[in-house]
Design a protein around this ligand. Structure first.
Ligand SMILES: O=C(O)CCC(=O)C(=O)O
Ligand SMILES: [Fe+2]
Length: 197
């Protein structure tokens, strides 16, 4: 299957629900859960340090450092599995990536709040390629204030590739809300191109 453009105004979001077949997605979930150097990072929220409600890891080439709340984040060197996935995602997306942020949502209580991937290091119109493994969770997109469009919920199943590009980050926010449904772990990879400085 191929990437299909979603009919969203002021955005370019593309979806391929069958980028990986279920057996490969399951094998990658098991392998990456066990081998990635997962960390739980603190974030500053309303002046207080709280733990992020998920585990994360940052891999990439050495030039892909980025600054986040005054912290300079150095990527870990690529794992062979991540390198191979990067090549396939680059081929599908028709663009290059030099880093990947991995998120592990251990249960329905792990989540990510509304945000845009608009750090200056990503440039004015970043291409973000997001690959889902594990449990199906709902990905939400909502227009920024003043953008005339409707919010949207997308259940992302294992093996789905989601691409956000063009003006998506300028006009839309996205989130992965908590769910009260009992769900297993979900592992998400977002491939990014970080501009060197
Ligand atoms: O887990 C997801 O699908 C979203 C991840 C995300 O938005 C991010 O890493 O910036
Ligand atoms: Fe994001």
């Amino acid at each position: 299957m191929a990437l299909t453009l979603l009919p969203l105004p002021a955005a370019e979001v593309l979806l391929d629900p069958a980028f990986l077949d279920p057996a490969e997605a399951a094998a990658l979930l098991a392998g990456l859960t066990a081998t990635v150097a997962w960390q739980q990072q603190p974030i500053r929220l309303f002046g207080k340090d709280v733990m992020q409600p998920r585990l994360t890891a940052w891999y990439g080439t050495p030039e892909a450092t980025y600054t986040y709340s005054g912290l300079r984040l150095e990527p870990l060197p690529w794992l062979p599995t991540l390198q191979r996935l990067r090549a396939r995602v680059e081929e599908a997306a028709g663009t290059r990536f030099n880093s990947v942020l991995l998120n592990l949502y251990r249960s329905g209580q792990d989540s990510m709040g509304y945000h845009a991937d608009n750090e200056p290091e990503l440039g004015p119109a970043p291409v973000i390629a997001s690959l889902t493994l594990g449990a199906t969770r709902t990905f939400r997109l909502k227009p920024r204030p003043g953008v005339p469009a409707q919010a949207l919920s997308l259940p992302l199943t294992a093996g789905t590739l989601l691409l956000m590009r063009g003006t998506t980050q300028q006009n839309w926010l996205h989130a992965l809300p908590k769910t009260a449904r009992p769900v297993g772990p979900r592992l998400n990879l977002t491939f990014r191109l970080v501009m060197g400085r």
